[in-house]
Design a protein around this ligand. Sequence first.
Ligand code: SAM
Length: 234
Amino acid sequence: MNEEQLSKRLEKVASYITNNERIADIGSDHAYLPCFAIKNKMASFAVAGEVVEGPFKSAQKQVASIGLTSQIDVRKGNGLEVITAADAIDTIVIAGMGGTLIRTILEEGVAKLTNVTKLILQPNIAAFQLREWSEKNNWTITSEAILREDNKIYEIIVLQPSKESVEWTAQEIFFGPCLLKEQSAIFKSKWRHEANTWQNIIQTISNNQPISDENQAKIHELKHKIALVEDVLK
Ligand code: SAM
């Protein structure tokens, strides 16, 4: 992967940056995404934010090596703290982290979202955390994607601020409103696989008698999730 040829996952993330936007890529270890977006005129300016020294240095090196330092500012810092009002950022990308961490970054940086018009989020796990956040903060889901790369399945969620209150059903939070409607083969394969894994966990726990209260609660939770999946895939 480099700034000309992104991974399939990052290329799909980048496809939602459309219109010469001013973007911030948070957790931008190698800055390939902002470099790609600037080179392809999807973005006119980018902040590449990174909290860890090593990845921060490699992002700086990458941007300098292709001569884009006037359009991409690589900044070291935690989450959205690297963005200032003067940057006039339209779109924030946060990709390749767990849903819980992405949610924390959004919660801690909520004051930086006032003028932002799009969030492109790619959680590696726990996407439901971001749908819950969207409901609480009135951001609507305008697009979702699910794709497979290197035998891993990734979800992408695109959010825009909503004037009306946003409400999702429990099913929509869990599966994603757009993904649920579409029900692609990858979606079905992901949830069949998850349900099988949960069934195996229940079996393993049940083999260890007597079952503790904690494990009973775990079995109850997993059975609930399996029922949700069965209801959707039936
Ligand atoms: N966004 C790239 C991608 O999708 O390929 C890189 C993903 S990499 C697995 C996650 C990066 O996020 C790491 O470089 C990590 O240091 C950075 N990171 C984690 N927490 C962060 C935070 N709170 N603020 C900024 N960067 C963070």
